[in-house]
Design a protein around this ligand. Structure first.
Ligand code: NZQ
Ligand code: ZN
Length: 391
């Protein structure tokens, strides 16, 4: 196991009606004038925003609002949010929504206290200082409620890039699984896929003897395989939604990724798809992951075979571990298809003729060195072949 430090100070309030304590938590974590940030309107329609405001009023917290965060959140609204926070002397940001709203909040939080362009953080500069943020999560997916990460798309050039730093880990996150019951089945499935992707990105490691985190990842994947189909069949299955919601947090706050190298090639390759076609991140991952895994499988066939046996229940073929490994990848592909995810370019709305541009942005855009480096190093030729496998 590699040396590591792990600092994850987020306070979690989990369960039914916990959003009614929002005001209490904002106060506890030092907010007096806050920005409520939200998305395209689901929190208005569900009545959640009204309940949150009631709770803030009861705690005597003043607030301003900024809605309109789009899935795959954009830089334009971040600049608007930074200006608003400075003008209104906001000292705390409350994100009410999904990963996109939380990520936009994190970008604003880092930008408000920084003299330069917030995009510097999305070009490699670590985030060391930010306004405190809290979240009320409405979709189990990105894991941003417990992560030190934020992903934003810069409109000029459509670069979709991540930034990181413990300063943007939420001070508190409110997770009420019942809030996710209004999600369309497609979004629920995209969330399930993203959570499974976060687990795979950590499972694909070059670090040896990481049994504890291997086993934790396997347990979380088994949970997703058992609970995922239950919520697709019955969106009001609270217990299954609860299991998925906590698994989503655990999959990405990095407690199962410490002490090991990680992959993230599938995420980089997918980000070009969601930047180009504005597709749901999870749907893009459903098409991307099997192609990437088949392409890189030979790098460590035993790791893929281990996953196939322990998680998908495949029979180990000791003479031909590559057959076992491939059966595991096919089982993942079938599972994602069974919950309603796309499995190729056409189903995603992607086009073959856009591959050269995506590869160019992926490998060279925003200062990249001509390749991406995760579990394996992938250059332009590799990335082109991977995109072609998705057709
Ligand atoms: O905008 P509204 O109207 O709220 O609708 C949203 C949106 O259309 C809707 N929705 C959310 N909760 C709902 C609901 N509709 C009905 N009922 C509810 N309870 O769902 C749609 C998707 O929301 P979004 O916030 O985009 O989803 P998600 O949480 O999947 O976030 C995706 C973004 O997170 C990034 C992705 O790249 C993508 O931009 N990621 C962030 C990470 C991080 N910060 O650590 C890691 C991830 O790997 C990921 O890259
Ligand atoms: Zn993701």
């Amino acid at each position: 196991m590699d040396n590591f430090t792990f600092y994850s100070p987020t306070f979690f309030a989990f369960g039914k009606d916990t959003e009614n304590d929002a005001g209490k938590y904002v106060k506890r974590f030092g907010g007096s004038k806050i920005l409520i940030h939200y998305g395209g309107g689901s929190v208005v329609r569900s009545g959640l925003l009204d309940r949150v405001k009631k709770s803030l009023d009861a705690a005597g917290i003043a607030y301003v609002e900024l809605g309109g965060v789009k899935p795959n959140p954009r830089s334009g609204l971040v600049y608007e949010g930074i200006d608003l926070c400075r003008k209104e002397k906001v000292d705390f940001i409350l994100a009410v929504g999904g990963g996109s709203t939380i990520d936009s909040s994190k970008a604003i939080a880092a930008g408000v206290v920084y003299d330069g362009d917030f995009w510097d953080f999305y070009s490699g500069k670590p985030i060391r200082e930010a306004l405190p943020i809290g979240t009320i999560l409405t979709i189990a997916a990105a894991g941003s409620e417990g992560s030190p990460d934020s992903v934003i798309t810069k409109e000029e050039g459509m670069f979709k890039r991540g930034a990181s730093g413990n300063a943007i880990r939420p001070k508190f996150s409110i997770l009420n699984p019942a809030l996710t019951e209004t999600l369309p089945a497609f979004q629920t499935a995209a969330g399930i896929t993203d959570i499974m992707a976060h687990l795979h990105e950590r499972y694909l490691t070059n670090t040896k003897d990481v049994e504890v985190t291997d086993r934790l990842i396997e347990a979380l994947l088994l949970t997703m395989i058992a609970e995922g189909p239950k919520v697709i069949a019955d969106p009001h299955n609270y217990e299954a939604r609860a299991n998925i919601m906590w698994a989503g947090m655990m999959a990405h706050n990095n407690s199962v990724g410490v002490g090991r190298s990680q992959d993230w090639n599938s995420h980089q390759i997918e980000h070009e798809l969601s930047a180009t076609y504005d597709c749901a991140h999870g749907a893009g991952l459903a098409v991307t992951m099997p192609a990437v895994f088949k392409y890189v499988m030979k790098h460590d066939v035993n790791r893929f075979a281990q996953l196939a046996v322990r998680v998908w229940g495949c029979q180990m073929d000791f003479d031909h571990p590559e057959i076992t490994a491939m059966n595991g990848i096919k089982a993942l592909q079938n599972f994602l298809h069974s919950i309603g995810m796309p499995s190729n370019f056409a189903e995603l709305g992607a086009k073959k003729e856009d591959i050269p541009q995506m590869v160019q942005t992926l490998c060279h855009g925003n200062g990249r060195p001509g390749y991406i480096q995760g579990f394996v190093k992938l250059d332009e030729n590799d990335c082109t072949r991977i995109y072609e496998m998705m057709i």
